[in-house]
Design a protein around this ligand. Sequence first.
Ligand SMILES: *[C@@H]1O[C@H](CO)[C@@H](O)[C@H](O)[C@H]1NC(C)=O
Ligand SMILES: *[C@@H]1O[C@H](CO)[C@@H](O)[C@H](O)[C@H]1NC(C)=O
Ligand SMILES: *[C@@H]1O[C@H](CO)[C@@H](O)[C@H](O)[C@H]1NC(C)=O
Ligand SMILES: *[C@@H]1O[C@H](CO)[C@@H](O)[C@H](O)[C@H]1NC(C)=O
Length: 365
Amino acid sequence: MSLCFGVLSLLILFPALVDLLNNGLALKPPMGWLSWGYHECQVDCKNTTVRCLDESLIMSVADHLFNDGYIEAGYEYVIIDDCWSEPQRNEFGQLVPDRERFPRGMKFLADYIHSKGLKFGMYTSLGTYTCKGYPGIRDHFDIDSATFASWDVDFLKVDGCFIKADYLNTGYIDLSRTLNKTGRPILYTCSWPYYIQFIENKMLLVGRGLNPTKGIDSFGWLRLQMVVYAMLPAPLLISCNLDAISQKEKELLLNKDLVAINQDMMAVPAQPFAIDPFLTIWVKPHEPKKGNMNPACSFAVVNFHFRDVTIPFFLHKYAVCEPFTRRYSVMDVLNRTFLKNITSREPIHVTVPSSDAVVYTLFPL
Ligand SMILES: *[C@@H]1O[C@H](CO)[C@@H](O)[C@H](O)[C@H]1NC(C)=O
Ligand SMILES: *[C@@H]1O[C@H](CO)[C@@H](O)[C@H](O)[C@H]1NC(C)=O
Ligand SMILES: *[C@@H]1O[C@H](CO)[C@@H](O)[C@H](O)[C@H]1NC(C)=O
Ligand SMILES: *[C@@H]1O[C@H](CO)[C@@H](O)[C@H](O)[C@H]1NC(C)=O
């Protein structure tokens, strides 16, 4: 299988700035495709056994998102990660896209992506060098921000390799001001928390342990990751070969009821409750159906046991979803079927396969 998965570990939204700016960006977790997880730094386009990071790849991703139902599901950003530039700046100190791999430049790609109704994302790093050793944005905030704006970039991932904590603390904020001055709305995502140890530890579960490229590659793990990302809610950035994606994987990524949990306008993070060290229940309220005052509620059960687990779920035990309404209609989100109508005190018996997750939404009636 081609292993598509969202990328969280290097990509954290910056809620404080988003709140402050109120410029209409990132009200919901961004969705799209990002080159890193699958293509990493594959720059050798002469090697025919790998699919390198180049113009034709990015155009084919835009075509897939446009043609295969991803836009309808909400995926909108096409993001080029590290390894896109020449190793040196030009004589004016500007960044230059790799001349062989991006012969028509980034504005050309931006126009192509925009012509499909999609948005264009790029990458830089706060230090002198990016994580893979290409020129970083340090000492070039103004010139690079102007360059990104002139290429009509809509999203900028800013990494933080090779820099000290004190510079992280000022650099990300200073860069947000420089980007703002360009006047172009650019969704600014920074890897700041990733480089601060205590936050990294709390993220461990999602960023590392579940990464299927690190050896765990069952469909259950993919489903588990998608469910947790939907509930958090985390950015949903696909990183895989869209030419080779299986029908099952695609259905999971395009599951509208699952994506709806992630994209909910209330944006309340799911609360995790540990049942035992290998079993957690996540509970998250979201917008009610039209005309109903009470929130809908989703719950997921995540099973790290090496065996299937069956447990009852009682909605009334989770204050996070108050106020409760009299009756709910219960949907199994993964197969998109309505199971039954219940009160908040009636149990829902769920069975979770080993190393897998299930998720249900309770719609108030
Ligand atoms: C820049 O910041 C101001 C003040 O917070 C905000 O109103 C404006 O929308 C921002 N502009 C862009 C392009 O992000
Ligand atoms: C081509 O890429 C593959 C996969 O990364 C690698 O194993 C192989 O050594 C490369 N071949 C050449 C000629 O560089
Ligand atoms: C959906 O999954 C539930 C178990 O969670 C099962 O009872 C039901 O038969 C499934 N429905 C379909 C259409 O697959
Ligand atoms: C649940 O209630 C709705 C609204 O009253 C009704 O349309 C639906 O048939 C009920 N579903 C079941 C499985 O009883």
